[in-house]
Design a protein around this ligand. Structure first.
Ligand code: GLP
Length: 259
């Protein structure tokens, strides 16, 4: 089962995950990070700023989960722009080594296969950061997505468009399509780290971790993975039936075990 760590602040969650990423950067020859966008991973990226200062990051590779289709990459809310602003620049990573799926309309037909090949050529993702949508999506794999899916074009649900409208001037501006790593792609990463904060995520988190494995809750795919860490605050954990057991397990964890 996933290890569920319930912490009392987003900063504590960010620090826990950032420490593991620093360990990878220092110890793995060619570390490959799976990067997520949205507000949830921001505490991780913030914690990494001070923790990675002075470390050699020139060899760090990264793959973003998803991108809007048909939104100019220079748009401030394209995921390329977001990853540049939140991750590449503050952490001093090499922009050439940090990839984001190509959402250009002209090439989107083969962009998914191209991206899959790049991930495989890089040796696969060591640690994949994940947020979760209120409908249980990960990346942009909306309900109904195949557990075997790879990077491909998807149509966003109206709920996801409405959730993401806050980043745009109006709902009309939110693209209708995206290109996202598939659930099959995500499941190939060696370690999945799913973060969630706030009441709005409580139901999706409980369904993903304790409900049936179902394409209707794409994040329930994490139940099929051998190494998953879920880091949540009290609010996001509030619907978990086994919350006391998760707390007990984490408190009694052998000191030699990492996350
Ligand atoms: C978007 C992203 C997801 C992210 C989700 C939740 O749909 N494609 O990767 O997990 O939003 O966003 P937030 O973290 O802002 O709640």
């Amino acid at each position: 089962m996933a290890e569920v760590v319930i912490l009392d602040s987003r900063a504590a969650a960010g620090a826990l995950v950032a420490d593991e990423i620093v360990r990878l950067v220092d110890e793995v020859r060619n570390p490959v990070l799976g990067l997520a966008t949205g507000s949830t991973p921001l505490p991780v990226y913030e914690a990494l700023r001070e923790r990675l200062a002075g470390h050699d990051v020139s060899h760090v590779r990264g793959f973003a989960l998803d991108e809007y289709v048909g939104l100019d990459v220079t748009h401030p809310e394209s995921y390329r722009s977001v990853i540049t602003r939140e991750v590449i620049e503050p952490l001093g990573l090499d922009p050439e080594l940090i990839r984001v799926p190509n959402g250009a309309l002209e090439t989107v037909r083969h962009a998914g296969d191209d991206y899959e090949r790049e991930i495989i050529d890089a040796g696969g993702v060591d640690l994949q950061i994940l947020g979760i949508g209120t409908d249980g999506h990960i990346g942009f794999n909306e309900p109904g997505s195949s557990f075997a899916s790879t990077t491909r074009l998807k149509t966003l649900t109206e709920q996801t468009r409405a959730d993401n409208a806050r980043f745009f001037d109006s709902l009309d501006e939110v693209p209708r399509h995206c290109i996202t790593q598939g659930l099959g792609t995500i499941l190939r990463a060696r370690h999945l780290v799913l973060l969630a904060f706030g009441d709005a995520k409580a139901e999706a988190v409980a369904a993903a971790l304790e409900g049936p494995v179902s394409a209707m809750i794409p994040a329930s795919a994490v139940q099929l993975h051998p190494h998953v860490t879920v880091v949540v605050d009290e609010a996001a954990a509030s619907r978990l039936e086994l919350a006391d057991y998760y707390r007990y397990s984490y408190e009694n964890k052998p000191s030699w075990q990492g996350i």
